[in-house]
Design a protein around this ligand. Structure first.
Ligand code: NAD
Length: 264
């Protein structure tokens, strides 16, 4: 499978890792559909791709909605006539511990609310499911060669303060095995699924993280820096062309080893 001449849709492509994927794929000759919630970010990414000589459309949509997912898949097919690569990159964090204790009494003073739990599950887990499900439907019905790419995280092994996010990302990391197993059972041989589990990456999402915690985490990263979004985009580009990569979730962490941290 080649990026050149293929059609790729990327959710969450208005910023960060998704933006880097859209731009790299367009540079390598794919037609890209930039899907995001934020219209002005979509416009900026589409304009950048076109200015660099690439082909792109933008569709504003919320990945948690079945109707909007159907709309952005349909919009991509109408614009470009096929679909080959779907990267489910839209994601959020809403950090907080499950219980907070009152310093004086030692009793529980606050619990992690559904206001922080549900949006993370809706966007990071259900949104990923809907994007992959409907992209797979289009690829199977169209008979096109395809690659489905869910974005997990190294936090699939757990990160204190991210019960919601780590739960969603652990589930997402399982998806390639389940989806490809199902394809095998059904005789669908032309669509693969490879998950990506990035470590700490220099994007706007990290500005929403506790900065002291982030600084401490970086002490556990062997390359002693954040990963660049483009380094993740390059790994996904490799997954497109390397058919042996399938039914697995690949870590790209810069060597996150936790000698100081808690997760093992
Ligand atoms: N940055 C990291 O360190 C890191 C590490 C591991 C995994 N990830 C994962 O990579 C993906 C991208 O992360 P990022 O750092 O680029 O984040 P980001 O916050 O920079 O960008 C995320 C994009 O998703 C969009 N989005 C959010 N909710 C949406 C919705 N409901 N519908 C459509 N679009 C929506 C946002 O508008 C934004 O443009 C996420 O799934 C994230 O969990 C990031």
């Amino acid at each position: 499978m080649n990026i050149q001449g293929s059609v790729a849709l990327i959710t969450g492509a208005g910023k960060g890792i998704g933006e880097a994927i859209a731009k790299l794929f367009a540079q390598q000759g794919a037609k890209v559909a930039v899907i995001d919630m934020v219209q002005q970010d979509i416009d900026r990414v589409v304009a950048d791709v076109k200015a660099a000589g690439g082909e792109a459309i933008g569709i504003q949509a919320n990945v948690t909605s079945e109707a909007e997912t159907a709309r952005f898949i349909q919009g991509t097919l109408e614009a470009f006539g096929q679909l080959n690569i779907a990267v489910a990159c839209a994601g959020i964090i809403r950090d907080g511990t499950m219980l907070s204790l009152d310093k004086d009494t030692g009793k529980v003073s606050k619990k992690l609310g559904l206001d922080k739990w549900q949006p993370v599950i809706d966007i990071d887990l259900t949104g990923t499911f809907l994007t992959l499900r409907d992209a797979a439907e289009a690829m199977v019905n169209g008979g096109w060669e395809g690659l489905l790419v869910p974005i997990s995280s190294v936090n699939k092994v757990g990160q204190i303060g991210q019960l919601n996010y780590a739960s969603a990302k652990a589930a997402v990391a399982m998806m390639p095995k389940m989806i490809v197993g199902e394809f095998l059972m059904r005789g669908i041989r032309h669509v693969r699924c490879v998950g990506i589990a990035p470590g700490y990456t220099a994007t706007p999402m990290l500005t929403g993280m506790n900065q002291a915690a982030l600084h401490a985490i970086l002490e556990d990263v062997h390359i002693d820096r954040l990963i660049e979004p483009n380094e993740i985009a390059e790994l996904i580009a490799h997954c497109v062309s390397n058919e042996a990569l399938n039914a697995t979730t690949i870590e790209i962490t810069g060597g996150l080893c936790y000698p100081h941290g808690i997760a093992k």
